[in-house]
Write a protein that binds this ligand. Structure first.
Ligand code: ADP
Ligand code: TRP
Length: 324
């Protein structure tokens, strides 16, 4: 049994890139492991400055995870800011983090290029993430490919702290990323990585009609209907493969190779498959939304469990560096 830890930012409604890149792994890993999943609201503050929206998305991410089938008895589903120990550990870690490690972070540079102000919170974002991970003695961290560098920095910071203060015994456990190659990058409507910040997403719980409409907008090349097509390189087929049954997927792959299938038809099959795929979760979501008090109970119980786990590690770190 391993300790699993991962977080997701409440900076917008969750989309199918989040599902295949992260949430699906969360669900698979909760079964035989001790899982901690959290809503990263402190992190979201680096890009979202609307208190009402932040509260709303935080609630929405919890409900989305519960609706997708996350079992709050098995996994600890908490909100990052319900565990203030996180920010204390982040400070301890920041004192051993060289500027150069943060300066080379691609996600910081990307975000600044996209127009976010170059603020300290955004710059120090990976240190807060390291605190999230190290605070729970995590073995495995399921994330999408774009988080790989943050996981490397987390290990580097842990090793450095262990080296400076460990005196032979390890203060922090070194975590490993858990990234599935098959779903490492889900393409968005425009062919770029699906991302809230590109406005090219299909949200998990969008209305069925809206999902079908968006699928129609997915960009495709101009290969004519009759021409044979390669399913292995076509992004539209890649998406279809994620949602279709194995039999439907094999049949469509065969028709691609023979020629005679048009992108319009694939899109209409994809829209149907996507709506059907999330239908059971859509029903469960309605139930949770009808009982916000149950969502609040899940949150409170999880905060309690998370804080107890966090306290042990924070005390170890405080003791090691002498702030106690
Ligand atoms: P966004 O880019 O939409 O803001 P986040 O950065 O909040 O998404 O990502 C939350 C999680 O979902 C991370 O683990 C990230 O790697 C994963 N993820 C996001 N977009 C994709 C995608 N297009 N393909 C695969 N995984 C993704
Ligand atoms: N940075 C992650 C993202 O944008 C969210 C995150 C914050 C996270 N803390 C984490 C992911 C700890 C894994 C572990 O997706």
């Amino acid at each position: 049994m391993k300790r699993i830890l991962s977080g997701i930012q409440p900076s917008g409604a969750l989309h199918i890139g989040n599902y295949f890149g992260a949430l699906k792994q969360f669900l698979a890993l909760e079964r035989d492991n001790e899982a901690f999943y959290f809503v990263a609201d402190y992190h979201a503050l680096t890009s979202l400055r609307d208190p009402q929206a932040l509260r709303g998305y935080t609630f929405d991410v919890i409900v989305t995870m519960l609706a997708l089938g996350l079992d709050p008895e098995k996994a600890t589903l908490f909100v990052q800011s319900d565990v203030p120990e996180t920010t204390e550990l982040a400070w301890l870690l920041t004192t051993v983090t060289p500027m150069g490690w943060l300066e080379k972070c691609v996600s910081y540079k990307d975000k600044v290029q996209q127009g976010l102000p170059a603020e300290h919170g955004l710059f120090a974002y990976p240190v807060l993430q390291a605190a999230d991970i190290l605070l729970y003695d995590a073995d495995l961290v399921p994330v999408g490919q774009d988080q790989k560098q943050h996981l490397e920095i987390t290990r580097d910071i842990a090793e450095r702290f262990n080296h400076v203060y460990g005196k032979g015994s390890e203060v922090f456990r070194l975590p490993n990323p858990y990234i599935l190659e098959t779903s490492a990058v889900i393409p968005g409507l425009d062919g770029r990585k699906m991302s809230k910040s590109y406005g090219n997403t299909i949200e998990i719980f969008e209305e069925p009609a809206a999902i079908r409409k968006k699928v129609k907008k997915i960009v495709t090349d101009s290969t004519p209907v009759e021409a044979p097509k390669n399913p292995d390189t076509d992004p539209l087929f890649g998406l279809y493969a994620l949602f279709a049954s194995p039999a439907d997927r094999a049949e469509m792959a065969e028709r691609y190779r023979q020629g005679g299938v048009g992108y319009g038809e694939v899109k209409s099959r994809l829209g149907d498959a996507m709506v059907a795929f999330f239908e059971p979760a859509r029903e469960r979501r309605k139930e949770w939304l009808a009982h916000p008090e149950r969502v609040a109970e899940v949150r409170a119980a999880a905060a309690d469990r998370a804080r107890r786990a966090a306290r042990t590690v924070l005390d170890r770190a405080r003791e090691a560096c002498g702030v106690c």
